[in-house]
Design a protein around this ligand. Structure first.
Ligand SMILES: [Zn+2]
Length: 388
């Protein structure tokens, strides 16, 4: 099957995150087995009761997976893989009136379809690369990793980390970067904060306590925290500091009731030099300070998400190899990827793939044919140089 036919097949399988990815996984399993890889499925049931699969296809499975004793940690029990090529099988939803969504269409050197760019192009390139590179000559293990639920919070990759199916030395995480190696990215954290007050008729303020006024005091302290964090810069990022945002704010129930509760979300995108809970610690200190002035001040902080930032050193052989073969200097990604999960499995990870993230997630998503073809050559070079 040609590269374009492979991408057309992948795009034709509807794999929007809300659906089961069983069909696309079954297809990838068949292709990988035909290429001589051993496949393992890692199933799970998502929040809505839908069955999802992560799929790992390896050139060889080390015997240590079978022979390890009961005392070994799961990490020690899993086999080392020299290079993992990682692509998520799910895509974001598409407008039903977009007729090309599941029918890959070529126009002016571009291939259009849902997932054509994010990230089925990378998967098609990876399949084509392993089929043409000659796996028999590889001395070190290679793995293809296909995950579920990336678009809804890297949930599949997080499950895979818990299962520890292998220890990758290097990982190329397929995302649209226009073939620019991205060895670093900001993290993503979210907290939901509920500030409590005491409801009362607004004509009698002495018997109530406004949750909205209390939240306003906390929020102005959070704004000062955000300003201070701007002084801690890390070059290569835009903006070069940890940014904060209060995206949702809801407080009170009526204009003449003193608000009993005020809820807001706080998200921040930490630079790699900072721990992901740095902001949370500062917010907690701010709450303690407010409690000194107002002993009844109370709030709940629910740390809803903490996806780590990542940074693979510039002298990593994988970074050097991708810079050389792509002819492009490394950059940084601003969007969430599965690189942190690969790093927690032990890899030096770089985000890399054909297509531009700015055209992903929208009607008319496409991948340029020349980038798709170049990606195959770059992956073949990476496989040959790292695994033989
Ligand atoms: Zn993606």
């Amino acid at each position: 099957m040609t590269l374009k036919q492979t991408l057309a097949k992948l795009v034709s399988i509807d794999s929007v995150s809300s659906r089961s990815n069983s069909e696309i996984v079954a297809y990838l399993e068949k292709r990988c087995e035909a290429a001589g890889l051993k496949v393992r499925r890692f199933p799970y049931i998502d929040e809505s009761g839908v069955e999802k699969f992560n799929l790992v296809a390896q050139t060889s499975v080390c015997d240590s997976t079978v022979q390890t004793s009961i005392n070994d940690s799961p990490a020690e029990a899993s086999a080392t893989v020299e290079l993992a090529l990682v692509g998520h099988t799910d895509v974001v939803p598409y407008d039903p009136s977009w007729s090309e969504a599941l029918h890959l269409t070529e126009r002016d050197g571009k291939l259009y379809g849902r997932g054509a760019c994010d990230t089925k192009a990378f998967i098609a390139a990876a399949l084509t690369a392993i089929e043409s590179v000659g796996l028999k000559k590889l001395k070190r293990p290679l793995a293809l990793v296909f995950t579920a639920d990336e678009e809804v919070g890297c949930l599949g990759a997080k499950r895979l980390v818990a299962a520890r199916p292998f220890r990758p030395r290097y990982a190329i995480v397929g995302e649209p970067t226009s073939l620019q190696p991205m060895p670093a990215g900001k993290g993503y954290s979210l907290a939901e904060i509920t500030v409590h007050g005491r409801e009362a008729h607004s004509a009698y303020p002495a018997i109530g306590e406004s949750a909205n006024f209390r939240a306003a005091r906390l929020i102005s302290m959070i704004e000062r925290i955000a300003d201070k964090l701007k002084r801690e810069e890390q070059a290569g990022f835009d903006p070069p500091y940890t940014s904060l945002n209060i995206g949702i704010l809801k407080g009170g129930t009526a204009k003449n009731i003193i608000a009993g509760e005020c809820y807001f979300t706080l998200e921040w995108r930490p630079i790699p030099n900072q721990k992901s809970d740095r902001v949370l610690e500062r917010v907690k200190s701010a709450v303690e300070e407010l409690q000194k002035q107002d002993p009844e001040f109370s709030c709940e902080i629910n740390a809803a998400r903490a996806d780590e930032s990542f940074e693979t050193p510039a002298d990593s052989p994988l970074v050097q190899l991708l810079e050389k073969t792509s002819g492009r200097q490394s950059g940084t990604v601003a969007f969430g990827t599965e690189a942190p999960q690969m790093i927690s499995l032990g890899a030096e990870a770089v985000v890399f793939g054909p297509g531009d993230i700015r055209v992903a997630h929208r009607t008319g998503e496409f991948v340029p044919v020349d980038q798709l073809e170049n990606c195959v050559e770059i992956l073949k070079t990476a496989i040959t140089q790292l695994c033989t």
